[in-house]
Ligand binder design. Structure first.
Ligand SMILES: NC(=O)CC[C@H](N)C(=O)O
Length: 390
């Protein structure tokens, strides 16, 4: 059989949701069992980036695009060192891979990494079910084909609400991503499950990025004397992220410019005094419309979040550091998609978005946010130099 074909025997597999609904399909990727939170992603492309996004840790991802695997797997597009999804659910697994960069098939890569997949599932029915009932726990198995028995195991799986997963994904030792060209600025990026494209997008703008473990202390951060601090995306419930939130409050006390993405937006929200809550089924995909409330402009964004910040859309709130307000909102459901902190003159001090401006595999409408971060850092740098000279 030509290489790239789905070339092993079809093994039956079973999917069971925590409310008892079950679907029968066939195995692909590794055989065995996988459990997690069932979520669906509406991206038509970019499955390699999705599967390697650490924010999907402990989640079983359902692809709503009916045909998956046609571009295979390459050695360039991974967003981290491994696949993080707990399991992968597709309708029709492509029997052929066809792309000039493809090195192997999706099926092979899932097998290499021991990740369980299930194909031939009615993903449309499954997605409609999750939309109506909400995200819930799920199991997929090639070894337990009795729905009642698999359900017992699903019910023993921990829920996503209340899960603190940062320690599972953060790097052990700091890493430096050098600036492309002349170094203009230094950023300390706290790794809560960072995607590789984020430091890349910063480095392209002359930023030397120090990617740091989540356990870093405020003193260690200050020793680095960064021009800005960044908190990444990451898995788990933001309500559990007390230590990162306290670290961020310390950063704001120092007046250091801040930018956060996704989990970094939720933690910023908490630091500013807002709450977070779990969405019914979340936003996942690369086609989500977001409005910038400052400019009225709409961006099409990449998203992956199951929780959101609870903040009023129509008014600012006074905090110890300045005025906090919602800067971006999702046009599908009015969910908070961005926050900003400004001084009395309206100058931006710190900001964050719930979506993904680094957006591998696109769209790139929101890349301007990295330039905005550079502007905030440059302005602060100028004002501290001016203050020292006077
Ligand atoms: N991509 C992210 O950073 C996700 C943040 C958080 N774990 C959520 O699900 O909402």
């Amino acid at each position: 059989m030509p290489s790239g074909f789905f070339d092993h025997e079809q093994t039956p597999a079973l999917l069971v949701l925590e409310d008892g609904r079950s679907f029968r399909g066939v195995s692909f990727g590794a055989t065995g069992e996988a459990f997690g939170e069932a979520v669906f992603s509406t991206g038509m492309s970019g499955y390699q980036e999705t599967l390697t996004d650490p924010s999907y840790h402990r989640q079983v991802v359902v692809a709503t695009a009916p045909h998956i695997g046609n571009t295979g797997w390459n050695d360039e597009d991974d967003e981290s060192s491994r696949i993080w999804v707990a399991g992968y659910v597709v309708r029709d697994l492509s029997r052929v891979r066809s792309n000039w960069r493809s090195n192997r098939s999706l099926d092979e890569e899932l097998r290499n990494q021991g990740v369980v997949g299930i194909a031939e599932i009615d993903t449309r029915a499954l997605t409609r079910h999750l939309r109506e009932r909400g995200a819930m726990r799920v199991g997929i198995s090639t070894v337990e084909l009795d729905p009642a028995k698999l359900l017992d195991k699903v019910l023993q799986t921990p829920s996503m609400a209340g899960s603190d997963l940062v320690a599972d994904v953060t790097l052990a030792e700091p890493e430096v991503v050098p600036a492309v060209g002349n170094k203009q600025l230094t950023v300390a990026a706290i790794d809560l499950g960072i995607k590789d494209m984020t430091p890349t997008r910063m480095a392209e703008r002359g930023i030397e990025v120090h990617v740091l473990p989540a356990s870093v202390s405020l003193d260690e951060l200050r020793e680095l004397a960064p021009d800005g601090v960044f908190f990444s995306n990451g898995p788990g419930d933001p309500a559990t992220a007390d230590a990162p939130m306290e670290l961020l409050q310390g950063v704001l006390d120092q007046g250091i410019p801040y930018f956060g993405i996704c989990f970094g937006n939720q933690i910023f929200g908490r630091a500013l005094g807002f709450g977070t809550y779990k969405l019914k089924y979340g936003h996942r995909g690369i086609n989500q419309p977001v409005k910038d409330l400052r400019t009225g402009k709409v961006e099409i964004t990449a998203q992956n979040h199951g929780f959101a910040v609870d903040a009023p859309l129509d008014r600012a709130q006074l905090t110890p550091w300045g005025h906090a307000r919602v800067s971006h909102v999702c046009l599908n459901d009015d969910v908070v998609e961005g926050l900003e902190l400004t001084d009395d003159d309206g100058n931006l001090l710190a900001f964050s978005v719930q979506y993904h401006p680094e957006a591998a595999a696109g769209p790139h409408d929101s890349a301007y946010l990295f330039d905005r971060f550079v502007d905030v850092m440059q302005r602060r740098k100028r004002s501290t130099t001016d203050a020292q000279e006077n």
